[in-house]
Unconditional design. Sequence first.
Length: 579
Amino acid sequence: MGSSPLPVSLQSKFQRRRPQAAAAMSRLRDHQGNFNILRNVIFVLFLLRILRKSFYFLRGHGLIGSVLVLYRSLHKNAYKFFLSLPGVRSQVAKQLVAARKDMEDKLVPSGPGTNHYLHLPKEPWTKEQLHTELESLVAMKRTRWEEGKVSGAVYHGEDFLLDIQSEAMRLFSVANPIHADVFPAVRKMEAEVVAMVLALFNAPESGAGATTSGGTESILMACLSARQKGYTERGITEPEMIIPSTAHAAFHKAASYFKIKLHQVACPAPEYMVDVARVRRLINPNTILLVGSAPNYPHGIVDNIPALSKLAVSYKIPLHVDCCLGSFIMPCLAKAGFPSPWADEGGFDFRQPGVTSISVDTHKYGFAPKGNSCVLYRNRELREYQYFICPEWAGGVYGSPSIAGSRPGALIAGCWASMMAIGEKGYVDAAHKIVSTKLTIENAVKEHPVLKETLSILGRPMVSVVAFESVDPAVSIYDVSDAMSHRGWHLNSLQDPPGVHVAVTLPMTRPGAVDGLIDDLVATIKEEKEKAVERLKAGGPIEKGKGSSAQLYGVAGSIPDKSIVEKIVVAYLDTLYKA
């Protein structure tokens, strides 16, 4: 029996709906087509992004270098997995506990006669009580910087300058530059400090700057300025900067704080200067800053600033020169009778057209009280990028020139007074004494019959720092560093390559100080060699790296994953706050 035909009215409805359904299907197919096009566009953009990053990565590191980067990453991850294994993790934890206890025993005073104050006194102390306790604190066992036994750290120490600083800081002890109308004298002194330092570094008339709490903040501000400039003027949202491997750790801090990708460029032996060709290969559209040191902290060597300046000009990228350690020595070298690095090629400062910012520590070889530094810019626009302004705050319109809000006007007064009391002649004389002493140490390492067989100068130090390594397989440079510590010296251990450096300061130029350093270094080398000979005679292995410096830097240099070293540093930082 056949199906009955649909009613005429129902058939007409279906006929009317077929074109509507077809149109809907057509629109759906159009939407699907548009979606597929959008999906393909997104995929192509994603692919182009990967290809673009891969291109700049390969260009920056080269084929072999890229393979090495991948290998190091795999090696590091494998080692990290190994450290996470239960048995290994427990052993590492035990070693960290022992390391923390060792640090506390060395740094936290204890025993009879040691007082610990964990709560406010119920009654105010008398002046006599305060004086007695302060005297006991001053008498705590420490390295004698007054005898020139400390590398860096204390850069002057003369009584006449300490008296001047104390008076200036007393007069402005309550001053705060954030209230410029309340403390106009501090505003004036700060502006004059910046102006004098700008002149010292041959800034153009457009030059500008700011004082900071130290070299780290100066470097942070320069990196922030470059990042903001890149974002505002070029729309860079994934900023990158290129630094020498010898650049100060403050650049790593800036990269961490401000989310800037960091590229480190090798500084190969024997010059230990940044490889400018590698810098060029790493430059890409996201590069916001190039960096050079004058000099670098580890070896006291000035990077090729003229070559970096040419790159900066060519690619229109800011160039920062870190002169925190060089501070007032660098601009005074020629007047003190010594060669000034890159003088034949225009110098290292704002005379180079590509240099856009310089960090200068006035509290180092400017001999100002600790907590003083300057960041200098080629123009005010660059300085403006470091400012923080908050116009909508309920407490009023707020603005600050750097990281700090309130700042100690007393330190600014102490810096201004120091610079005025020493003057250009005083800084030139100090540069002559310091660099001459550095040359004495350098020549002793090169020429003394005991030292030259065991030690070798790293690179060609140009300013106030001299670094050396051990070339005798039987003598660990870290054991030498620890042995010198036992003799009352505070020197600085280096890694990559393992070494020790001496940053000469004015106390080290005092009569007998450098002779004492050389004599103790000779005696230490002899002792370390004798220990090695005795072990060999006894048929035992040459054991090196037993001291604290040797253990720390030996571990840091021998393992690919630095998490253990980081935990040791965390333990050290925690110990600093143990009352």
